[in-house]
Ligand binder design. Sequence first.
Ligand SMILES: Nc1ncnc2c1ncn2[C@@H]1O[C@H](COP(=O)(O)OP(=O)(O)OP(=O)(O)O)[C@@H](O)[C@H]1O
Length: 360
Amino acid sequence: MAQITLDNLAHSYFPNPRNEADFALKQIDHVWQDGGAYALLGPSGCGKTTLLNIISGLLVPSSGRILFGDQDVTTLAPEQRNIAQVFQFPVIYDTMTVAENLAFPLVNRKVPRDEIEKRVKSTIAMLDLGDKANRKAQGLTADEKQKISLGRGLVRYDVNAILFDEPLTVIDPHMKWQLRTQLKELHREFGHTMIYVTHDQTEALTFADKVVVMYEGEVVQIGTPEELFDEPAHTFVGYFIGSPGMNVLPCEVAGNRLRLGGQEIVLQRSYDSLDGVVEMGVRPEFVRLSGNGEGLPISISAVEDIGRFKIVRAQLDGRSFDAVLPEGTAVPSDARAVIDSSRINIYRNSHLVRGLGAGT
Ligand SMILES: Nc1ncnc2c1ncn2[C@@H]1O[C@H](COP(=O)(O)OP(=O)(O)OP(=O)(O)O)[C@@H](O)[C@H]1O
């Protein structure tokens, strides 16, 4: 296992990139700690696969270096990097049995026979493929084939890292949860460095200790699930994480005063004068509704009862604005929105501004 360092990395698929937009991966500096469980999360086209392929060696970056420990591996081929990779679709041998498929990466590396037997047996048990061990892969379902693919990554124990590229896409929803939990347990037990690419926030947040959020070729935040929820570093993270996402509204900020919806809110922190586009962000979970005239005027367009909570869809200052209310909370007919000021984040040009100290 190894720490993986991305040093000044950037990649363009164009031979002569002319501007930022020509880069699928803008400049990235990042260290993946040895033994960490990371998720690489972002929408389609943000550069996740490009980054993963650079780490695995399928792609040589246009600039920058990649290090495993102290070794510069930037130009090394995938087979020289000692990495296991699991792709979106099964990569297995149809004519081999399940057990033979799992043994294959170990046989290739000349692992002793009794060790191979032990590893294959425990991988089969973990993936619940016991009754299929001696069946040819050919006749198995897509789910089962993908489980073998996962197994071929997990059966190896001496790898620098295991990379997963949307590995559960073809897996049945119920099984997804089960496999994710198993991956997490495995990580706890063996401590491999794992990098898991997904565009699904639930997958990322349940699997990873640290989530790396990408947007338009850039890493916009690296944090624990809690950090991404409490203090999104970029408005995109606010939208993308959480369901519904964070409310983001243009506003004016002076010192510790925020003006929104024709009213003033006293903030907990104070801000120097902010130029550019200034916005406030607050999670719908930190908004309550009042029926006594307190709070900001809103107009409610829908109330969705989800069971354990209600989502109130509204407009505030001409922008969409959501509130999440606990089960059983009444929605007043002339409701106004009361925002927990300690949970307001301030953004300048989409990036979080931290502000100073507690407000007065
Ligand atoms: N081989 C290629 N040649 C040219 N452009 C490419 C190539 N592969 C990817 N791109 C472009 O690079 C950008 C990043 O793509 P990438 O596949 O890394 O994103 P992604 O986040 O993995 O998306 P998805 O979730 O859809 O796989 C996209 O604009 C894509 O069109």
